[in-house]
Design a protein around this ligand. Structure first.
Ligand code: CA
Length: 224
C-alpha cells in the first residue's frame, strides 16, 4: 500500500517512515503543510498519517482542503496529548482516526492496519469522463472498455485533467504538477504530451483554450 507521512519533526518523521516501510508499505513523506497538501491532491495514497501542528499550512486546513476537493483516503491525525479540542476539530474536518503524541509505534501501526482494512472496503478508485474510465489504484485507463496504453507522464496528465474535468488547466500548472520532482521543468514539453495524449483519446476530449491552457470535455457534452 502507499502511505503518506506528514510530520515536521525530522526525527519522528524518519521513525514513522522507517516503521511503516518495515511493515511492507511504500512511503512518501512531507515536512510541511503545503507539500503535504500538494502530494495528497495529485497523488493516490491508501492512507495518510497527518500531524496537525505543521509549518506553512496547518494540518487541519490541509485535511479540510482535501475533503472539500473530494479526496477520500483514510487519514490518521497526530495530536498533542492534552488538546482534546484538536481531536474534535480533526474528526470534524474529516479525520478517520487520531492518536495523541507521544505514542507507541506499535499502536500507530495497528491503527493504520485498521484504517487500511476499512479503506479497502469502500474506496472508489474509478473516475469517468464519457467513454474514458481511469482507475487510480491500478493506474489503468479504458476507452469504451478497451485498455489504453499510456506512458507515466501521459497517465499523470490525464489524471490531472480528469480530476478537474471541464476546468481549464494552464500549461504552467500542468508542468508544475507533472514535473514536481524533476529538475528540468519545461512548460513547452506539456504541449508535446498533450498532443500525444490527444491522439490516443476519442476526438474532442482535450480542448485547447487559446492563451489559457487545456481542459477535458465529455465528448457530446453540453459544452463540446
Ligand atoms: Ca508538529
Amino acid at each position: 500500500m502507499r502511505i503518506l507521512v506528514v510530520e515536521d519533526e525530522p526525527i519522528l518523521n524518519g521513525q514513522l517512515v522507517q516503521a511503516i516501510t518495515n511493515a511492507g508499505h511504500t512511503v512518501e513523506s512531507a515536512h510541511d503543510g503545503v507539500q503535504a497538501h500538494y502530494l495528497g491532491e495529485v497523488e493516490e495514497f491508501d492512507a495518510v498519517v497527518l500531524d496537525l501542528g505543521l509549518p506553512e499550512l496547518d494540518g487541519l486546513t490541509v485535511l479540510r482542503r482535501w475533503r472539500t476537493a473530494g479526496r477520500k483516503m483514510p487519514v490518521l491525525i497526530l495530536t498533542a496529548r492534552s488538546a482534546w479540542q484538536e481531536k474534535v476539530a480533526g474528526i470534524d474536518a474529516g479525520a478517520d482516526d487520531y492518536l495523541a503524541k507521544p505514542f507507541h509505534m506499535e499502536e500507530l501501526l495497528a491503527r493504520l492496519r485498521a484504517l487500511l482494512r476499512r479503506g479497502g472496503e469502500h474506496a472508489s478508485a474509478e473516475w469517468q469522463c464519457g467513454p474514458i474510465t481511469l482507475d487510480t489504484r491500478q493506474a489503468r485507463v479504458l476507452v469504451d472498455g478497451q485498455p489504453l496504453m499510456l506512458t507515466s507522464h501521459e497517465f499523470k496528465l490525464l489524471q490531472l485533467l480528469m480530476q478537474r474535468k471541464g476546468e481549464v488547466l494552464s500549461r504552467t500548472e500542468l508542468s508544475e504538477r507533472i514535473y514536481a520532482y524533476d529538475s528540468d521543468r519545461d512548460s513547452n514539453t506539456i504541449e508535446v504530451f498533450v498532443g500525444r495524449l490527444r491522439k490516443k483519446l476519442p476526438p474532442g476530449s482535450i480542448e485547447t483554450v487559446r492563451g489559457l491552457g487545456y481542459r477535458l470535455m465529455e465528448p457530446g457534452g453540453p459544452d463540446s
